[in-house]
Design a protein. Structure first.
Length: 149
């Protein structure tokens, strides 16, 4: 019995597993932060100042909602990459919508950047934006190439 040769298009590229795995680990940190904050886990929240706690606990419902979209959209997108699903692109798109809303709340409507640490928060925000957009572009490219179905 001879086996059929496997075409290059039938196997996902190795970088899909690397990007998918690393993005899931990265986005799991965001999910952990979101969950610990929303559930107000004392052991986690004790790392913040009183002013930072007031800031977190004062989020309006819409700000919590867009934060959730950003975090859980990104986690779903990472899972979608690992499952080779084209909806990963949509999930990462939703995470961008969430990041836009969260950024507007933090940087425009409140003094969140200063409250949370100033320049280091801005640097982290830039990194977050680059990774989020990069994952969207990557998932879009993989979907267009037929790697994600």
């Amino acid at each position: 019995m001879t086996s059929q040769p496997v075409s290059a298009t039938s196997r996902p590229p190795k970088h899909l597993w690397i990007v998918g795995g690393l993005s899931l680990v990265w986005n799991a940190f965001g999910a952990f932060d979101y969950a610990m904050t929303q559930f107000q886990v004392e052991a986690y929240m004790s790392n913040f100042t009183a002013e930072q706690l007031d800031y977190f606990y004062g989020f309006p419902a819409w700000a919590n909602a867009v934060w959730a979209l950003g975090v859980w959209g990104a986690v779903a997108g990472s899972v979608g990459l690992l499952l080779k699903k084209a909806w990963a692109e949509w999930a990462f798109g939703i995470s961008i919508v969430g990041l836009v809303g969260t950024s507007i709340y933090t940087m425009v409507l409140t003094d969140g950047t200063a409250i949370m640490g100033g320049p280091s928060v801005m640097i982290f925000s830039i990194v977050l934006w680059l990774i989020t957009i990069g994952l969207y572009v990557y998932s879009r490219a993989m979907a267009r190439k037929g790697v994600l179905t």
